[in-house]
Write a protein that binds this ligand. Structure first.
Ligand code: NOJ
Length: 804
């Protein structure tokens, strides 16, 4: 079943049926002011932290309420509806609507009772408040008198938990007042006489506002219960039914902002107003609302600026292939999803409140990879930040606090860090993700000098980027298990695999092997011969160990427990086949071709499904070892044999690296949200963004997906597609082009900005190959192999590649 379509021109997803199988959302704003809005206007806002800066309330597990509601009431008939289908939920035979989720804005159009409304939700570029701009048109031939009421439900405390579960406290620190054109909600306002700047019990006065521009406020309410009315809900608020709000604020209990304006709209006339929400002191709130006096033109300009900003970001890499699903994901939605995970990490969504008050090390370092080809300058800022969160022993801080203070942080070795973050120990993989990330950045930009840049360590000291990478190698060398392979520590990439300090992880061993290959390239650039010698020897030993200990006839095992028990061997009753060691054996370059192909074939035969490859098989149930935490999940779910979408990116990449274009693309299509648009009722999640996982074949809900938007999938699939399927593989000195595509693709085009030049690449495939380069022409000149050295690039470089 379909609920909407992709408008690729405008880079929007248009929802034509509002009764979607789940709230389908969009992200607005920046870390300064974040907002999530669903197609039915559900969602919340926060400043800096989803957990500690919560401004608008959203109740999890409550379907999709509350939200940024705009009610429209016909004052003659007294009938009322909402600018989004819900919360009033008029009969869909009479109420027609569309929701357009775009790049950092959402528009909702509705037609009901001869009134057309269009609301646009956005956070203006560089600003830290939100706008709900509304255009309302009378499509009938008589004058219409309507009330428009905006409703914003404020939290009683910026801390999400306090607001939700500690009502004996949070309901008694809030009050609201009205003046001019806005409701002012205050928290701890009784502290206003305390000396300016002085903190009392860590609490200072917090001000929020809900204002109206473009029309006069006719009545207002600052008290949730008064607005809704006892035994009424968001679908039939008493304040809207009455046609007039009670003009009273709250003193204790639950605050809100509700503003009604009465509009008389002539036939064919459109009126424009805007509701504004933010967390600002009163004077600033007044200035903000005043700046929208010329409502229609200010909002129009702001939206245009926002759209052109995002479209420019996405323009740096665009493709035109025979697959509309691939194009819409790479050109817009996967790319935008990468920016969102890059910006928000796992901060806040409809499935997570943002309690983790910081960045997960591995997540963030991986997320960076997804935007390097689009915004390398943005990426390098984050790389610096993450390097500054590396401990001087080379390990990563499992959680990097939003307040991270390089050079002065405690580490997992300190009780204080453990207590504050809840992370009791190092994870085996964290710092190893730096290798591909730093390499991709340097190769995309050619900025080799970056490796000499000095960056502090998290706790003390500083070192060049090169030194940071060397310390990451030291960390793994200093944390080896019983056989001499990297220890699994508190977890490797898989949160649910606790292998401990004596157990060993094949995945980490493969990452480590790969890290050494990358570092050798940096060392060669530095002419650091003795270090190359050291890495050569370490890598050879590690390679031999992996081959001797981990290759099990046709697959790589997953690792060893602390007692030396093998995980993931062929004859285990459960979890005898794992996805990641197979893909990573290829990505890392450890597997020889025969092994690689055998292992990938096992994945296809044993793990692949119509929605992607499951993480392992069979699921844990009766034979889980102590560190196999995945057994807590239902079979076919999450790490317990779910289709963990992040791993899908790696299998795409691995198949592509082996030149298997058909397979790589098949894996892409199986899990691509856009490819499931016409069976959206099965996937349930938004058809334009990735989810953390899809329920696997062991689940009765096979195909249902979960944990939208903020997932490492965005970056791994992006890398799998850009480096793998499209074969864009820069190195320090130029660009390799090695596509692995479906045989049926006759031709495709790539437009890529690269080191200050624009590349227009056409790949021709007259012989219907799936990989291999027959001929490469750059500005008409034939190249050797499939490599373009940087020095021959021109401002407008025309590239033609013929597949063999
Ligand atoms: C989600 C976590 O955010 C991520 O760090 C982890 O790698 C995956 N789960 C797999 O367990």
């Amino acid at each position: 079943m379909k609920y909407g379509y992709f408008d690729d021109e405008k880079k929007e997803y248009v929802i034509t049926r509002p009764d979607t199988p789940a709230p389908w959302v969009n992200y607005l704003g920046s870390p300064e002011y974040g907002a999530i809005v669903s197609n039915n206007a559900g969602g919340y806002s926060f400043a800096k932290s989803g957990a500690n800066g919560r401004i608008l309330r959203y109740v999890f597990n409550q379907f999709d309420e509350p939200g940024r509601y705009i009610y429209i009431r016909d004052n003659e008939s007294r009938d009322f509806w909402s600018a989004s289908w819900q919360p009033v939920g008029k009969d869909l035979s009479e109420y027609k609507s569309e929701c357009h989720h775009g790049t950092a804005y959402t528009k909702m159009m509705a037609d009901y009772s001869g009134i057309h409304s269009e609301v646009r939700y956005y956070v203006p570029l560089g600003k830290s408040y939100e706008v709900w701009s509304l255009a309302i048109t009378n499509d009938t031939d008589k004058v219409r008198s309507v009330n428009v009421t905006g409703y914003a439900e404020f939290t009683n405390n910026s801390n999400y938990e306090q607001d939700q579960v500690n009502l004996q406290y949070s309901q008694f620190i809030t009050k609201s007042v009205f003046h001019d054109n806005r409701v002012r909600q205050m928290i701890h306002a009784n502290l206003d006489q305390i000396e300016n700047g002085k903190e009392v019990d860590n609490k200072i006065v917090v001000n929020r506002f809900f204002g109206l521009a473009g029309a006069e406020v006719q009545s207002w309410c600052g008290d949730k219960e008064e607005f809704l009315g006892r035994y009424h809900g968001y679908g039939n608020p008493q304040g809207v039914i009455n046609g007039k709000l009670n003009n009273q604020g709250n003193y204790n209990e639950n605050g809100c902002g509700a503003l009604t304006t009465a509009l008389s709209i002539a036939p064919g006339e459109t009126k424009e107003i805007a509701f504004l929400v933010g967390m600002k002191d009163d004077a600033e709130a007044g200035e903000i609302v005043a700046s929208y006096t010329d409502t229609a033109s200010v909002c129009k300009e702001e939206l245009e600026e926002l759209i052109s900003y995002w479209h420019k970001q996405l323009s740096h890499f665009q493709v035109k292939t025979p697959s509309p699903e691939f194009d819409t994901m790479i050109n817009t939605w996967n790319a935008y999803n990468c920016f969102m995970t890059f910006i928000w990490s796992r901060a806040a969504s409809f499935t997570y409140c943002g309690l983790r008050n910081g960045y997960g090390y591995r997540d963030t370092v991986q997320d960076i990879q997804g935007v390097i080809h689009l915004a390398p300058e943005m990426a390098v800022e984050k790389i610096r930040f993450m390097l500054s969160a590396q401990v001087d022993n080379g390990g990563g801080l499992p959680l990097v606090k939003f307040t991270h203070n390089p050079g002065h942080e405690d580490t997992p070795d300190d009780a204080s860090y453990v207590q504050e973050t809840g992370h009791p120990a190092y994870r085996a993989d964290d710092a190893l993700w730096l290798f591909p990330t730093v390499y991709k950045y340097v190769s995309e930009t050619g900025n080799v000098d970056f490796i000499d840049e000095v960056i502090p360590f998290a706790n003390k000291d500083e070192g060049t980027v090169y030194e940071h990478l060397k310390r990451a190698i030291d960390f793994s060398m200093n944390h080896l298990g019983k056989h001499g392979m990297p220890a699994g520590l508190y977890a490797d990439w898989n949160d649910c695999l606790r292998l401990g300090k004596d157990g060993e992880s094949t995945f980490v061993a493969l990452q480590f092997y790969y890290a050494m290959t990358i570092l050798k390239e940096f060392a060669a650039y530095k002419k650091d011969e003795s270090y190359i010698g050291y890495l050569d020897e370490c890598q050879k030993n590690l390679g031999n160990l992996i081959q001797d200990l981990c290759w099990n006839e046709d697959r790589f095992i997953r690792g060893f427990t602390e007692n030396g028990e093998v995980i993931g061997k062929r004859d285990d009753p459960e979890a005898n086949m794992w996805l990641n060691p197979q893909s990573w054996a290829v990505i890392s370059g450890l597997a020889d071709e025969k092994q690689g192909d055998l292992a990938l074939q096992q994945v296809y035969d044993r793990l692949n499904t119509e929605y992607g490859a499951i993480l392992m098989d069979p699921p844990y149930h009766a034979h889980a070892f102590d560190g196999a935490l995945a057994v807590i999940y239902n079979a076919g779910t999450k790490e317990n044999a779910g289709i963990f979408s992040q791993s899908q990116g790696w299998i795409i990449l691995a198949e592509a690296l082996r030149g298997h274009g058909e397979r790589a693309f098949e894996y892409f299509m199986e899990n691509a949200p856009a490819a499931q648009n016409d069976r959206a009722e099965i996937r349930r999640l938004e058809p334009y963004c990735y989810g953390q996982f899809t329920e696997g074949k062991a689940s009765p809900n096979f195909g249902r997906s979960h944990v939208h938007w903020l997932t490492g999938t965005a970056s791994t699939v992006m890398v799998g597609c850009v480096e793998g399927i499209l074969g864009m593989r820069p190195d320090f000195y130029g660009l390799h082009i090695a596509p692995s595509v479906p045989k049926a693709w006759d031709e495709f085009e790539i437009d890529k900005d690269f080191r200050g030049c624009h590349l227009h690449i056409t790949v021709k495939n007259p012989n219907h190959a799936e990989s291999g380069c027959k001929k490469l022409l750059v500005n008409g000149q034939e190249m050797e192999g499939n490599y373009i050295p940087e020095e021959i690039l021109t401002a407008e470089t025309v590239v033609e590649l013929y597949l063999s």
